[in-house]
Design a protein around this ligand. Sequence first.
Ligand code: SF4
Length: 410
Amino acid sequence: MWSTIAAKVERGERLTSTEGVYLLTDAPLLELGSLAHEVRARKTDPRIVTYVIDTNPNYTNVCTVDCHFCAFYRKPSYAGPDVYTYDVEGVMKMMAAADRLGATTVLLQGGLNPAIPWEFYPTIVREARRRYPHITPHFFSAPEIHQMVEVSGLSIRGVIEALHAAGQTTLPGGGAEILAARVRRRISIKKGGPEAWLDVHREAHHAGMRSTATMMYGHVESDAEVVEHFDHIRALQDETRGFTAFVPWSYKRGNTPMEARVKQVAGASRYLRVLAASRLYLDNFDHVQASWFSEGKKTGQIALHFGADDFGGTLYEENVHLATGHVNKTTVAELETLVRESGFTPAQRTTLYEILRVAPGPEALDTLAADVPLFVEGLRELPAEYPVVLEGEASLGPVGGVVTSPPPAR
Ligand code: SF4
């Protein structure tokens, strides 16, 4: 089957779901990666690997959805010291912190907290746009849009149009997990079937917004269900052309309710296989993102030779993986060094993948790398050489503007 698939890819023909399952099971891994890299080089500048300066703060960790894979949320009845919900000014302080760090994208998400009124959501978009016009408010995953439908009485379209009118132009892809009914019933039953996520992204694309398609694998899904996920997003991309990129990552099981049920962690070779298969199967996506953050820096570097053309974001703040015990940090200088070490030229991009700045390429490693400390991963205590103040950061200070208790300081 491999030679048939390789020939079809060379001719630009679409792969079938049976071929998709073969890519995830029996296809020779190195040949798969090499073909995916070839396709990537045809779609995007083969010398360049892009990244974005971004941060992922959260406005609340109160949530009613009880996803079995989530260690981040607190139930509304929980009264511990680590529960928090920010008001508009609290969110603006996060935006100010992101601005000091040089971020051009703020990916803001939260739990589904029924105590938050509808007006909060368009207000934070409008205020973020007004005060920080150079930062893209990449706010709210599909489940949060459904929460807004609940509290506003509007339709999905009504909510999306109100957010768009407030200045929102992009939507993050969170909440997709695996777009297969059986999986969603098992791990996040209150989020509904695949259509719940797809309907939001369809409406966003129709309103003129762009969004990302994500996938969290490595829990209870089968290979056929991963391909079903690919089929859903490939079909929607055919319909709307609204997705900018595909972003897969593996489930992190620490502290999550289904930790004991998932016996085997998806490792690096599974990640590379999923990533390369997605590049071949999702023939209508321009960008596939490699994650130094969720899969580790070395695996992220290898992924740049397995079909990915983008290295994700700096993710200065991240609390969802952190709650599972997964910690990873970087700086712009380290991230660019990792890209150069992989043989590519790093380029800073916007949320919409427009290039803002092309940095020196791999030839600069000799002159630049000596000054750039590379940080070890997975440590809750950062190494001594990790900068206390990141690029552009004066001092974050306490966020403030909080309705209930804040999260622990970074
Ligand atoms: S993943 Fe999101 S929706 Fe699910 S429990 Fe966690 S915060 Fe709530």
